[in-house]
Design a protein around this ligand. Structure first.
Ligand code: BDP
Length: 697
């Protein structure tokens, strides 16, 4: 029987009817949802709704004490009522956001308790229960779950005109024009999706900020969104344009040390707080890519961040100050600049400042080593920033699951305090015993009906969100969970589709930038290959990064080169710094290597480069075949959507391979290995390709 067509709108929250065998074993276990006291309408409503979908019948909903079966929801306020099941110490250990999900046998029945300090914690527990039922892994009787990261953020790069910087899934979700009078019901669905993952903070606007969002007119619109998000435990953040005192306040300066500038921000923070009492704070991009900042007045990043932090402090707000900076004037390796600027400022920031660091030192490339700032600023909370929107990984046409990229970065050992100093320990605050911790990711959500454009792109939102709760989860587990909830929990489907997801990022690395190459994309929409880009600002060109010449290819960042390796802790600096020990995945990131050098498998660099590019294309061919074999498990609308995009994906992977190899061949002057399919077009054809109106700029 054909499955009903779906459009992806319900994401991983479909709560589709469970298979007959599961229903039989569940019996009447969940036929009742009981709240210990009034005030849990949202959590109990979500649970009843989800169970209705999973079980095919709506559970009874009431207040009081449960019978032998059912789910009982309670908060700290009802500690006494649940005391025989949950001790005061257990409750206290949950903190403000954690939850306890406990199943107890009772008079031959099975009672499930979800207890947390506040309703939002109960809500997280409800989503956990629904997820476990959906993926058929409700095996444990006791789940104690406390988020490891305090600020679990999603950052939108949405502009007030409705466009989205680097957005490939339609326009902005925020309809600024109709806000605050028309509040789109979709905002609620968006909040639910985030809350179901544990995301508790959302920055609404682009880091390339417009000061207007801080005006009273726009703050009224922001308030309307904050009111929708609040019950879901989500606080709103805004991007602060550093020059707002001039643009909005009419001041002659935005110098952070000027009293009138400090007064402007103090007043602004109070005004925002009047609109949004639980306002989260500011995300700031300053003195980066032309944005204004404290250095315009000879001040430091710490001066700038502290100015805003001081204004927000009375209201419990935070400043997420981005470390993505590199100067046009400094003729220094771009990979080194953020570290050079921020490392000396460790300890100079106020308590409510977090320095937000991209996962790698360049810019969200398919693969980069981890950013050397992780572990290097023990006195400063560092947020890790990922990019969900696929600016450099095929926009919304390539199926690239980023869970593996996230895991690779989070689990990398920085060796900051010896072995066991993984990036996730820096980020969750445990390495340097910090209370304040944060993770952020650039959203891939837009107005497309299925939210993220590619039907598989929502997996990146999902995996990221779940990692903010527990950064030690594996990409594989998260892929399984997402697939089971998004399509079907049938293991034949999940196991096969999972392999596509898990191999997809490596495939992308191979057909775009293998062996440690970075930044080879076309200018400036970043869609498709452009290894020949050489015009304009040097560190925005491809030739700056790959440095291909007749003698070889790669950026020498060893001690004899730019010495970027010295920003890493031992033994990484030695390992990366030596051509003999540098892992091949970072080879050309750290070294300039001759075309004839033999790699581990005996091939020359040139031959291996050709093989890697070809492996990438072959992998995508394989994804198409594997997806085709899954036709019976997926409704036809989503099946065809993915199949059509995989065809585009394959074409574009080949385009990347052929364009890059033909271009690099002009330097290597060597033939393509005979066993590989030769490029189909000519270099001049690829170089002549022009694209107009690529989304996202
Ligand atoms: C780059 C994007 C640019 C962003 C910048 C940033 O191309 O659009 O503004 O990152 O993170 O990757 O600030």
């Amino acid at each position: 029987m054909a499955l009903p067509e779906e459009d992806g709108y319900r994401l991983w929250l479909r709560h589709a009817r469970l298979p007959a065998a599961s229903l039989a074993s569940i019996g009447d276990t969940f036929d009742e949802v009981v709240v210990a006291a009034p005030g849990l309408e949202l959590a109990s409503g979500e649970l009843a709704e989800g169970l209705a979908g999973l079980l095919g019948r709506r559970p009874a909903l009431r207040e009081g004490t449960p019978g032998r079966n059912g789910v009982w929801l309670a908060t700290r306020a009802q500690a006494e009522a649940v005391a025989s099941f949950v001790s005061a110490a257990e409750l206290a250990a949950l903190g403000e956001e954690g939850f306890l999900l406990r199943r107890v046998r009772r008079d031959g029945g099975s009672l499930t308790l979800i207890v947390a300090a506040r309703e939002v914690g109960v809500l997280y527990g409800v989503y956990e229960l629904l997820r476990r039922l959906s993926v058929a892994t409700i095996t444990e009787n006791d789940v104690v779950s406390v988020p490891r990261v305090k600020l679990r953020m999603l950052d939108h790069w949405d502009n007030l005109d409705g466009s989205v910087e680097r957005g490939y899934a339609g326009s902005s979700l925020w309809d600024w024009h109709k806000l605050p009078h028309y509040v789109d019901p979709r905002y609620t669905d968006y909040a639910r999706a985030n809350a179901s993952l544990g995301i508790n903070a959302v920055a609404l606007t682009n880091v390339n900020a417009n000061a207007l969002v801080l005006s009273a007119q726009y703050l009224a619109k922001v308030r309307a969104l904050a009111d929708v998000f609040r019950p879901y435990g989500i606080r709103v953040f805004l991007t602060a344009r550093f020059s707002a005192p001039v643009e909005l306040g009419g001041l002659p300066t935005a110098d952070p040390l000027e009293p009138q500038v400090r007064a402007f921000w103090r007043d602004k923070a109070r005004e925002i707080h009047d609109f949004v009492p639980d306002f989260g704070g500011f995300v700031v991009k300053a003195n980066s890519e032309g944005q204004p900042g404290p250095q315009d007045y000879g001040r430091t990043h710490a001066d700038g961040a502290n100015l805003l932090a001081e204004a927000l402090a009375p209201y419990g707000g935070h400043v997420l100050w981005r470390a993505f900076v590199y100067s046009n004037e400094v003729p220094e390796d771009r990979a080194k600049q953020a570290y050079d600027e921020f490392y000396p400022l460790d300890g100079a920031f106020r308590d409510n400042v977090v320095v937000q660091v991209k996962n790698g030192p360049i810019d969200f490339q398919p693969r980069e080593p981890h950013h050397p700032l992780f572990g290097a600023m023990p006195e400063t909370p560092l947020a890790l920033e990922f990019q969900l929107t696929q600016e450099y990984l095929g926009c919304a046409t390539h199926l690239v699951y980023l869970g593996t990229l996230f895991e690779e970065c989070l689990k990398t050992d920085t060796f900051a305090r010896g072995r066991g100093s993984e990036v996730f320990r820096v980020v969750d605050g445990s390495l340097h015993r910090r209370e304040l911790s944060a993770m952020a990711a650039v959203s891939n959500v837009g107005s497309d009906r299925n939210w993220c454009g590619h039907p598989f792109a929502a997996a990146n939102w999902y995996a990221y969100g779940r990692l903010t709760w527990n950064p030690e989860r594996t990409a594989e587990e998260l892929a399984e969970e997402w697939l089971a909830q998004t399509f079907t929990s049938d293991p034949r489907f999940v196991n096969a589709a999972k392999t596509i997801m898990l191999e997809s990022r490596e495939a992308c690395v191979n057909y775009m930038t293998p062996l440690g190459l970075v930044h080879l994309m076309a200018w400036d929409h970043h869609y498709g290959p452009g290894p020949w880009i050489s015009e304009g600002r040097r560190d925005w060109t491809s030739v700056y990064f790959h440095r291909a010449h007749a003698d070889g290819i790669g950026f020498d960042r060893s001690e004899g080169g730019s010495d970027a390796v010295s920003q890493y802790f031992s033994p990484l600096k030695e390992r990366y710094g030596s051509l003999e020990t540098c892992p091949e995945r970072f080879l050309l990131f750290f070294h300039h290597v001759s075309w004839d050098r033999r790699l581990a498998n005996g091939r020359t660099l040139w031959d291996e480069l050709c093989h890697r590019y070809s492996d990438g294309v072959r992998a995508v061919e394989g994804f198409r075949a594997r997806w085709d074999a899954l036709r019976d498990f997926v409704d036809s609308a989503r099946f065809r959507h993915v199949a059509a995009l995989l065809a585009v994906h394959e074409r574009e992977a080949r385009w990347w391979r052929d364009a890059c190899l033909l271009y690099f061949q002009t330097f290597s002057q060597q033939p393509f290995p005979a066993e590989l399919e030769p490029p189909r077009g000519t270099l001049s054809e690829y170089r002549a390709i022009r694209h107009y109106f690529v989304p996202g700029i």
